[in-house]
Every structure is written in structure tokens, then in C-alpha cells.
Design a protein around this ligand. Sequence first.
Ligand code: 1GP
Length: 248
Amino acid sequence: MIGKVERYLKDKMSEEGCIHFTLLDPDKSSGYDCAQIAKEAEGGGTAAIMIGGSTLASSQDLDAAVQRIKKEVNVPVILFPNGPIGVSRHADAIWFMSLLNSHNPYYIMEAQMLSAPLIKRYKLEAIPMGYIICGEGCVAGYVGHARPISYRHPKLAVGYSLAAETLGMRFVYLEAGSGAREPIPTSMITSVKKHVSIPIVTGGGIRTPEAALAAKNAGADAIVTGNMVEEESLVGEKIKEIVSAIRA
Ligand code: 1GP
């Protein structure tokens, strides 16, 4: 059953072609006010706030951050979990994701087995997504015991994406890792787009409107930026530039 948040995302993708998500990490400290950033990101035209991080270790910190963000924004707040710790009853939805190219079953199905009863109890909207780590993989790749797919082998990303679609997952995320030096290459996005019809989300290392536009033109349906908002003081402005580039 498709829930309210997923419906909203899919409608927005059909209307705008490509949408933007702002990823916030409740684990970040010193001067990082995620509620304020979320508010500015919403002003800049972001479609939803994603919240989570590979090294998140406190559900209390997550709960507090989600509650603060919910007070500031109207766009949906979607959990981007690293495991059961990343589940909060206060969010609007959760990416129910499996790290398909992990070599550790924990990240493929065990964390999901542990989280699913909680998600059901909290009546959180779960959006099934195949998560595929490529390139450097960064912290997500390390923590998730991934075998990151080399940018030279888009065929492997196609295979995993097709597997995600065939398993009934409704989104696929091509992840370069937060802070990646090189985002997912456009050739890899294009290859995946040719073979799957579920929406493609991509992120990791996207910092400029040009990079976001290149990903959109290659076939991405949603662009995620995280690090950029931590580095920039004018978050709203920066996001507005990216949103207008991908809407054009
Ligand atoms: C990480 O793809 C996201 O999961 C965002 O990456 O922090 O590099 O924007 P950045």
C-alpha cells in the first residue's frame, strides 16, 4: 500500500521531473542546528528532509532532532536509518532500505528484521528502497560492510537496481557516500535508468547546481545533498540554486 508521503514524492517527481532532498545528520554537533537548516532548506524548495547517519548511536538524539525539525517545517521528514537506532516515532515516513551490496547479512535483512516490528507499532509509513553503494563508499560503505561498485562497472549497478525492482522495492538509491570526492557518474545513472522504471535517488558528493543538473539529465528522479548544507552558511540560497537548476 502506497502511503501519503510516497504519493507526495511520486506526484512531485511527475510534476517537477526531479526533486531535491536535504539530508541532515543528528549526530553532527558544534553549531549544527538541524531544525534551522531544515527550515532554510524548505524555504529553498527542498521536497523533504531526510534524517539519519551511518554512525548515529542515539535514538534519543534522533527523536529530539526530528521533533525540533517537525516544529519548523511542513515538508515530510523521512528517516534514513543506519539500523533500528535510526527509527523514530516522530517522523512522517522511513526509507525501508536494504544495503543490497553489503557482504554482511545484517545490513541486507537483519537490521530490517529488528526494525520492522517497531515501524509497525509506531505506524510509520515505510517506503521500500534498494540502497547501493558505489565509488569510494565513504563512511556508509565502511560501516555497512559494502563492496562498493567501481564507477568503471555500471553493469553491476544495473544488476542490483533490477534486483531491487524485481523484489518489489519502489525506489533505488545510488549512493557515492557522504562527502564523496566524485558523485555517481552520469554514465552509471543513465545505464540504470535504461533498465529500471522505479525512481532513482542519488547522492554523495553533489555540491553544485551543475552536478545536480548533470545527475538529473542522466535520469535521476531525486538528488540528495547533505554535506553541502553543513559547509554553507546560506543554506536556503544554495538549495534554491540546486532546486531551480533541476527544475529547469
Ligand atoms: C549521503 O548521499 C548522501 O548519504 C549525501 O551525500 O553529504 O555528500 O551530500 P553528501
